[in-house]
Design a protein around this ligand. Sequence first.
Ligand SMILES: [Zn+2]
Length: 480
Amino acid sequence: MAKLRAMLIAVFVTAAACLAVFLIVYLSGGLESIDETKEAKSTTAAPTKPVETTTEEAKSEEWAAEIAEADRLAAMYDYDAAIALIQTIPGYDRSVKLTQAIGGYASARDTCVKWADNTKIPHIFFHTLVVDTELAFDGDEDSDNYNQVMTTVSEFNEILTEMYERGFVLVSIYDIASLQETEEGVKMKQNAIMLPPGKKPFILSQDDVSYYAYMTGDGYAQKLVIGEGGKVVNEYVNRDGSVSYGSYDMIPLLDDFIDEHPDFSYRGAKGIIALTGYEGVLGYRTSEYSYGANSTQNKDFKYVNPDIESDRAEAKKVADALKADGWLFACHGWGHRGMGKNQSYENFEKDIDLWYDEVIPIIGPCDILIYPKGDDIGTWRMYTDTAEGHQYPETLAKYEHADSLGFKYYCNVDSSEYWTQIGAQYVRTGRRNIDGTRLFEAVCGYRDLLSDLIDAKKVWDSARPQPVKGVPVPEGYVID
Ligand SMILES: [Zn+2]
């Protein structure tokens, strides 16, 4: 009985102290500036617990940035990083709001399931996107090729929306597998991709991000630059000659989409940017071989670039910003020459070495090789499987040279839903083109190789000329 009375008194005293402290704080207008250290000094006699509610509200404002960032990390399925971020806030374990946030992230994490087989992940790719369809498809000598292998900005945006609505989530090629210490030494091993049920991983790349000279005036962006706030944007020249900066190609468009839909990217993954070398990279004429003072190539590429050094420095800044934002780089050959059975080892080595010498100083270490024209150095068998008739004559030599330069991820072109091979020391994926050819094939009724990813009819840009050259058109086809 005496114990109960003591407890009641304690509760009463606590409540009274709480009210007193609240009034002091309220009347002194100190709600915004209150923090735990100050409060401890000014109310030495008062118990701290009841004050916490007031403090919690005040703190919420202060924590807004951390909470928003943790929410973004959790939306990208990186629940552990979200929890770790909240745990950097001093006294997080005494806050109801913060412990609830941690609990929410942990329970969302616990609903995730491991993607069953990382060899079953589609890899899609694009070329430079068409901004101005009238200029690209104006009937000049490049029009047919653009109509076949390019995708328009409106189509690309529709594709992202369609894939997002179908539950696709962009993952990194490194999520498939990476070199890891195992009992049999360092080997490629699948990584656990943990996604909510119903979500499906895919990989994305873009080829020839060079903004080649032949495309000038045809309605494409012409380079990547660092824009406001450090965001990488495109430079685009309008028909009247004025210059605009913004999202005119895949990289900034995907960045915009992920800013708006962070749950489209697994732990911050972005795409792979495949670079050739002969006209430089990212819209900068950085190749010594083509644009240097001693170039023997000038008759083809028109000029010696007197700004080659500053262009290299600019390209490097853009590359650094892209890498910091999750983008990866790949080698796409220096001269965009095939690397397969019709290419000699000598030419292959010369080409890839020149790429390495000119491009690595700009982009840093690179372990992804995206074959120009999809022309693989080997057959579908393991590169190391050199039994009689299993490979092209120089597959192993080419593989060993590429491996010695650091390449561990190899990508060809393949129209199956997915094709991935995990070797002891490398990963190889087949990539699928979503371009004018594939879209037109589907909309005209010839065949649909995209139905698992998108509804081609929703995506098709009616500004394209028809038929797309090379697609066998069914009798009396109609596109509405
Ligand atoms: Zn290419």
